[in-house]
Ligand binder design. Sequence first.
Ligand code: ADP
Ligand code: MG
Length: 676
Amino acid sequence: MNLLSSLEKVKGVGPKVAEQFADAGLMTVDDLINFLPRAHEDFSHVTRIIDIAPGKATIKARCEKIATRPVRRGLRITTATLADDSGKLQAVWFNQPYRETQLKSGDEFYFSGEFEFNYNRYQLTNPSAELVSAMPVQTDRVLPIYRALKGLKTPLVRKILAELRPLITMLPETLPNDIIKSEKLLSRSEAILAMHFPKALEDVEKARERLAFEELFELLLASQLNRQDNSKLEGWHIPFNQLVVKQFVDQLPFKLTNAQRIAVWEIIQDFGRKVPMNRLLQGDVGSGKTVVAGIAARQAAHSGFQTALMAPTEILATQHAETLQKLLSPFDVSVGLLTGSVKGMARKELYQAIKTGNVDVVVGTHALIQETVQFARLGFVVIDEQHRFGVAQRQELLKKSAHMPHLLAMTATPIPRSLALTVYGELDISILNELPAGRKPIKTKIWSPNSRAQLYELVDAEIGAGRQAYVICTLIDNNPDNELKSVQTEYKKLQNSVFKHRRIGLLHGKLKSDEKDAVMRQFADGQLDILVSTTVVEVGVDVPNATVMLIEDADRFGLSQLHQLRGRVGRSIHQSYCYLITSTSAKPSVRLKEVEKSNDGFYLAEVDLRLRGPGEIYGRSQHGALNLQIATLADTRLIARAQHQARAFVESDKNLLEYKQLAMRVQHYQRLTTLN
Ligand code: ADP
Ligand code: MG
């Protein structure tokens, strides 16, 4: 038997059990060995019955009397009197009648269970029981608790693992030896053994440290290697032209923030290097990322390079195209828009212009990555709201150039430092950490649905003062199965009652794209007072005159998503408001209170990471891919250690391929996280 043997080869695993394991995704011996406990309970101290105290307890006793009685349908209770030479106590089991057969022998057993007050007396509840031996599996030790997988009970997993124990002691090492030594880590086999068979709870801590370190090291090594791969690529040289940049900045209707200026400088510097830029531009909603990309596109165009800007939605692409058009047309830089709704001749002509280089900046949706789109000289790729795209989509776009183009990935979802180091370790990062001058912080308030009327008065007053409002609902149509608000009904309701005298628009994902555009345009042009919308407005949409947002059923949204939505207001010098309407009048959740309290996207992202894990932040396409079993991205100290070792590894003359398992896993992570 070896690690790759199927579980059926293991003693005690019949075809039925093997099938259960297989259903849970555990096929081989190696799979089960790596199926780590989710928790441990310390039952390692044997107490004399006379000394027993409430709580977890292990005793060494004989069974004097045992009987089972049916209590009602589906419930049979087995009670036993257990005795050692210091005293007696009662044990009780629910639906475990087999205990009678097991315990009648008169032999001595270990019993491990909870000693607690039940049915008017102290009892040992549902204890595990097994014959006294030198190596107990279910009792008298620090007991591992496994995730309950379909029909697989923890005692069974423990029993099978006990059979595999000799194999675990011989597990090969996966980390380089010098790292184990200098980080004072357990070996792989020691660590896995300590997870399944710890002698004391402290062993589990050491084991976790080792296994978590390994996971983080793999992740960090992958990003270091991606970084190294990038540095070997040859990119386009786009020289810095001070005059061009200055002229552009001078004609802007506003002054750049300091953070914007630094970001522009960093990008322009990267343009001048041989190695293609690989940069993440991170800035909270409203921090002004678009104009930064615009300046860089201007510089690229001046050197004869095309820019492609890919946005996740049609609304957003259209808006970017308009913004860039305004910014760039004074300099004779042409902007094209390629989305699904550009059809027929117009589309053919645009393809032709892109191919011949007649258009300098092409803004678009996924339509940009189609094969038919060929660029004359693509030098710069901008990906807006990059976490909305998968790796493959980004790669498709980058492939449309003879050399690797410079890449600027933009995101409004602030990335906690730990994630930036691990997942985005290969990227250089620019941060826009200040909002344009004169912006007033948005006032956010949780609002009970009971006092809707007052809220509508507030909204009406704002509209009276010339401002505009968003009303956001989760659903498009009403759903008889739940009570969440839909845009259709809210739209009708508002139109026919409180806001009869106002102009209301309706926006959702099921509209045809020209309908969407028309509504968005009306709202942006001030021809609508209220826009009732689903979360399609979540990403990027910019209507500075809108200063009020009502979010219905706010408790149904994630923290980061609420923050993104809220970012649609607060984009001008006027005071803005965001009202989080709860779906019931019950007490608002901790999450909602965090959004009410804080306007800081970085802070909220940290909270989100803590509450919901990295999937929400890292992006939908890779959701779940980073399934760290042991490590948490909140462990910054361990991350720093792993980071240090990953750098050292890359700089050393070690050959990754000599570490077979490490190499396999690192290559897997490299594919998952790379932007190129
Ligand atoms: P985001 O970072 O969320 O993508 P945008 O690029 O949409 O932000 O910019 C938000 C708004 O702020 C736009 O209307 C833009 O014209 C404006 N803006 C950008 N930079 C500045 C600045 N330095 N001063 C004032 N307004 C700015
Ligand atoms: Mg944006």
